[in-house]
Design a protein around this ligand. Structure first.
Ligand code: SF4
Length: 82
């Protein structure tokens, strides 16, 4: 049975799946990477958002942990939540 987790990050659901995302995040150049406080703040907003399911944003199809890691990225929601 597949479990659907509303408002969960990938890291909270599957450490193995998150490892792939963590690897991609580690490859982001420092000048393009969001600062830690900004990153955490973004993910907190995602965790309170109805668009988050199984770590993925239904507005853009991205894993939010990766999308939020790029400093220039913005939330795709029409209200620009971050
Ligand atoms: S719409 Fe924005 S806040 Fe909501 S899950 Fe997507 S990126 Fe996060």
């Amino acid at each position: 049975m597949n479990v659907i987790c509303k408002r969960c990050l990938l890291k909270e659901m599957s450490e193995a799946s998150y490892q792939n995302i963590a690897e991609l995040i580690s490859l982001i150049p420092a000048d393009k990477k969001a600062e830690d406080s900004l990153y955490k703040n973004r993910l907190e907003i995602c965790k309170g958002c109805d668009c988050l399911t199984n770590g993925m944003c239904s507005k853009c199809g991205c894993f939010v942990e990766l999308r939020a890691a790029y400093s220039h990225n913005r939330c795709p929601h029409e209200n620009k939540l971050w």
